[in-house]
Each structure stands twice: as structure tokens, then as C-alpha cells.
Design a protein. Structure first.
Ligand code: NDP
Length: 315
């Protein structure tokens, strides 16, 4: 029940704020991971303090959200005590969207940086064969008088789940997001879904970020490398057991009394630009709409999950 509640919360938040690709569309994948025996539905993660400012998590082969929920309070306490604390987690499954994890720390007054590696889908710039996952990262920071700044993004042009959704809907991408069967960059989501070879964002710069995430995520935490997919393949599974690293900083311990004011000024400068928004604030607009009028769910998606729109409204 604890596992189901953690995943249900993640799915609901993803449907509400985005990314929808990590919402209800993930349910069959979660089910597959339990039914195949790849993930432990009764996981009981262990969190151990292994250095004055470092917590290490063993996810007990369950989903990451359980371990992170257990680590959150001690991580916040350590960061407040020392100014800087870290949490790594391995032996866990799919982190999904990073934004909810970093947001919780920023709500407690901390700056948070989180990375996780994933399944090899993206070649290093100039190469063909995938070495990195879509290796996402997130940054969150308290913002005076308002909800925290929180952004998260993959290090590929487009996240895999969004390629899959676009392929299902027969949509083209706005810009080339992967390679087709002949190794050429393409906007054809279905072709990329066939090759599973995604492009890093911003060419060599994206490769640098993906490399950092692979090292800080998989290598530091002891997760499976993005290329180590044999076990996953054996279970016919759709995710890997990645490595996660979360770094939390308490700005109150870093010696600059004007931190909050400086953040407010940066935000003000962005918002003074017509057409610009603080990265991640799109989620707040979606959240406000959902709070006012409910969370819209795609009919076709509900049908594919075995629900009718009517039963979902009442059930
Ligand atoms: P997007 O490109 O959709 O968005 C990246 C960030 O930019 C978001 O914080 C978004 O927030 C913000 N943003 C988007 N448009 C603008 C704009 N016009 N101005 C300012 N900010 C903007 O993200 P990705 O497709 O790369 O990733 C999607 C999700 O998938 C993420 O949540 C990521 O954590 C997750 N992911 C998870 C993986 C895993 O293995 N666990 C692997 C890869 C990705 P907003 O629109 O709310 O403002």
C-alpha cells in the first residue's frame, strides 16, 4: 500500500502540473515492472548516514519515491545543520519527473540540485551508439513570497516519454530530436521511437551535461550505468535501476544575507521581458488551472487503461 500511495501521488502530480508523460501513461509500465518481478512491490528502503553530511539510500528494489520520502526529513536537517548535505540512492527504480523531489526541499528553504541517469538512448555528440540516458537534472530554490523556482529537464532534446507520446499520436517534433534508421537527425517521432537513438540538447554542450549526470548519478550513487541494460532486458522491463544524487544547500548558512533579495531581482529581470517566464513556472499555471477546474485526462488514454470517461469522473 505504501508503494502504491507513493506512485499514485507521483502520477497525480504529473497529470496536474506536467509532465503528462509521467502521469497516467506510466501505469502500464509500473504494472509491468511488478508483474515481471523486476521491481519489489513491498520495498522497504534503508537510509544510512555514512559521513557527516552524506546519506546513502538502498531502495530495496522498489521505486525511488519511497526512499526519497524517507530521506527527506534527515536530509533537510543535515543541510540546515552543516549548510550542505547530499543523498544518493541506488537499487531503486524510475525516478520519473525530478521536479517534485527538488520542490519539496525548496519549500523547506533549501536550494536543491538533483540528477539521475537512465537507460542508454543518447549517443555522445559526434557518435551514433547510445552511451547516456536522457539523463535529467533539476534545480529548485526558494523564492521570496512565492512558490519556489523549480525546473527540471532531460539532457536530450526531448525526453523519451514525450517521443513515445508524439509517436502514438502521429505527431512530428518541432526540431530534430533523434536519429532515423539511416543515422540522420529527424523530427519523425515514430522513426526515433524505432531507433531509440536520441540527440543530446545543444550538441556537445548537452553531452557534457549528460556525462556529468552519468557520473554524479550512476557512478557516485552506485546505480546501474545507462548502458547496463542486460538485467532489464531479461525481465522485458521498461526502466532501469539508475543512480540518483540529490544535493541540498541551506542559503542561510552560506554567508550572504542578501540572497533572497538577489533571487527576487533575478526573477524580476526575467519577468520584465515580454514573452519570457522563469523556467518551471509553467507548472504553476497548470496547477492553478487544475485546482480551479480539475485535472483534464485524455479520453483515449483512459480507454487504453480500461476506464471510460464516465467511470473516471465518478470513480
Ligand atoms: P521540457 O523541455 O518540457 O522542460 C524543461 C524545463 O523548462 C521545465 O522545467 C519547463 O517548465 C521549462 N520550460 C519549458 N518551456 C519554457 C519556456 N518557454 N520558458 C521557460 N521555461 C520553460 O523537459 P524535458 O522534455 O527535457 O523533460 C520532461 C520531464 O521528464 C522532466 O520532468 C524530467 O525530469 C523528466 N525526465 C525523467 C527521466 C528519468 O529517467 N527519470 C529522464 C528524462 C526526463 P515549465 O514548462 O513548467 O515552465
Amino acid at each position: 500500500a505504501k508503494n502504491a500511495a507513493a506512485l499514485a501521488e507521483l502520477v497525480a502530480k504529473s497529470e496536474r502540473d506536467g509532465p503528462k508523460s509521467h502521469g497516467l501513461a506510466m501505469l502500464p509500465r509500473y504494472r509491468q515492472s511488478f508483474e515481471s518481478g523486476y521491481a519489489n512491490p513491498a520495498a522497504s528502503p534503508q537510509i544510512t548516514q555514512i559521513a557527516p553530511s552524506v546519506l546513502r539510500g538502498d531502495g530495496d528494489n522498489g521505486y525511488y519515491q519511497l526512499a526519497s520520502a524517507e530521506a527527506r526529513a534527515p536530509l533537510i536537517a543535515l543541510a540546515q545543520e552543516t549548510g550542505l548535505a547530499g543523498f544518493t540512492c541506488a537499487n531503486c527504480h524510475h525516478l520519473a519527473a525530478l521536479r517534485f523531489d527538488t520542490e519539496a526541499l525548496a519549500e523547506a528553504g533549501l536550494i536543491a540540485i538533483c540528477v539521475v541517469n537512465s537507460l542508454a538512448l543518447s549517443g555522445p555528440h559526434g557518435g551514433q551508439k547510445p552511451v547516456f540516458g536522457t539523463n535529467p537534472m533539476s534545480f529548485a530554490c526558494p523564492r521570496p513570497g512565492r512558490a519556489p523556482i523549480v525546473w527540471d529537464q532531460s539532457s536530450s532534446v526531448v525526453a523519451l516519454m514525450d517521443i513515445k507520446l508524439a509517436a502514438q499520436r502521429g505527431e512530428k517534433l518541432e526540431a530534430p530530436g533523434g536519429l532515423d534508421a539511416s543515422g540522420r537527425p529527424t523530427t519523425d517521432a515514430a522513426a526515433i521511437n524505432d531507433t531509440l537513438s536520441l540527440l543530446p540538447f545543444a550538441a556537445h554542450k548537452g553531452t557534457g551535461i549528460a556525462l556529468m549526470v552519468e557520473i554524479l548519478g550512476a557512478a557516485l550513487a552506485g546505480g546501474r550505468l545507462s548502458t547496463q541494460t542486460e538485467e532489464k532486458a531479461g525481465f522485458g522491463a521498461l526502466n532501469v535501476k539508475p543512480g540518483v544524487t540529490m544535493i541540498a544547500l541551506d542559503p542561510a548558512r552560506w554567508g550572504h544575507d542578501g540572497f533572497a533579495e538577489a533571487v527576487a531581482q533575478i526573477v524580476e529581470a526575467i519577468e520584465a521581458e515580454p514573452g519570457a517566464r522563469v523556467p518551471g513556472d509553467g507548472r504553476l499555471a497548470k496547477r492553478a488551472t487544475a485546482e480551479a477546474g480539475g485535472i483534464p485526462v485524455d479520453d483515449a488514454l483512459l480507454k487504453s487503461l480500461g476506464y471510460s470517461a464516465k467511470s473516471a469522473k465518478t470513480g
